[in-house]
Structures are given as C-alpha cells and as structure tokens.
Design a protein around this ligand. Sequence first.
Ligand SMILES: [Zn+2]
Length: 167
Amino acid sequence: MNKLTLKWAFNAIAQDKIERYCHNCNRKVIFTDSKKRRRNANGKTIYEYAIYKCEKEHTWNKLLKSYSAHTDIEGFLEEESQEVLQYETPKELILAEAIADGLQEIEIYVKNINERQRLDKLLALHITDLSRTQVKLWIDCGKIQIDNCHVKPDTRIRNHQTIQIRL
Ligand SMILES: [Zn+2]
C-alpha cells in the first residue's frame, strides 16, 4: 500500500525562532531552535529543555516541561535526543494532490496536543479540500479512523494516537 506517514507536534516546540536578550552578545538577538533536546534529571524530577542558539552559537535552554520520575535518579543525567526532529508543525493537507501522487493512505501521528480537540474540527482545519461536513462523512463511513478504529466525528484526539485517512 502506498502510504504517507506524517508526524505532527502541536506545541511551542514548533516555534523555532525566538527573539530574546543574549547575555553574551549583550543585546536582543534571534535564537534558533537547534532541534536538540536535553533532559536533566534531578532527584524525582526530570526537566526537558530545547536548546536554542544565537547567531554566535551562544546557547539558551528553553524549559519545555518537567515531570516526575517514578524513582530517584542519582546525580545529574544529561541526554540529548533528536526525537523531536521527526515531528513537524501541522501543515496543510491537500487530498487531491495525495490522490494524484498515487497515495492510498495518510497516517498522522499526533503529539503534544494541549487541548482536547475534536477529530472533525482538527482535520477540517488542516485538510484544505475537505469541508467539515465532508470530514464528518469520511469519519462516519470509516475512511478516517483513529488507531484503526471506527470513531465518531466528535471523538477527542489524544496524544500519541494515530489518525488514518484512507483515500
Ligand atoms: Zn549571543
């Protein structure tokens, strides 16, 4: 099967340029997301940072989130991951183009959805050539599913779920 796999991340990570004061340049500069992530573990708390760099390669770590680990972690752990690179900001989808390219299915991995969004609203927003009414019809007839299961148009999409669109 001819399948297109997309990975959409719905959060501030996607904001790859930020203007802020650089303490080394002593002025306001543009910091760009290096796409590298660093996790620092301290006791039971893990902090995840995005590493931003100014033009002169000075770094600024932007705190993305912190969460609790189940056990104490000794000392100070550092880890850089490229995982985020695979995810991108949601883009416009044009199904007519996908069909013309011979695609039979589009699969979308969803990450970092902050609000509980309705599936039909979310897709109508990103699919250029389907109206919300058409999206609803596609969901009702099973052409659009979540995790390969039949769902309703008002089903809320959650983090780490996958949307299938059968063309
Ligand atoms: Zn700088």
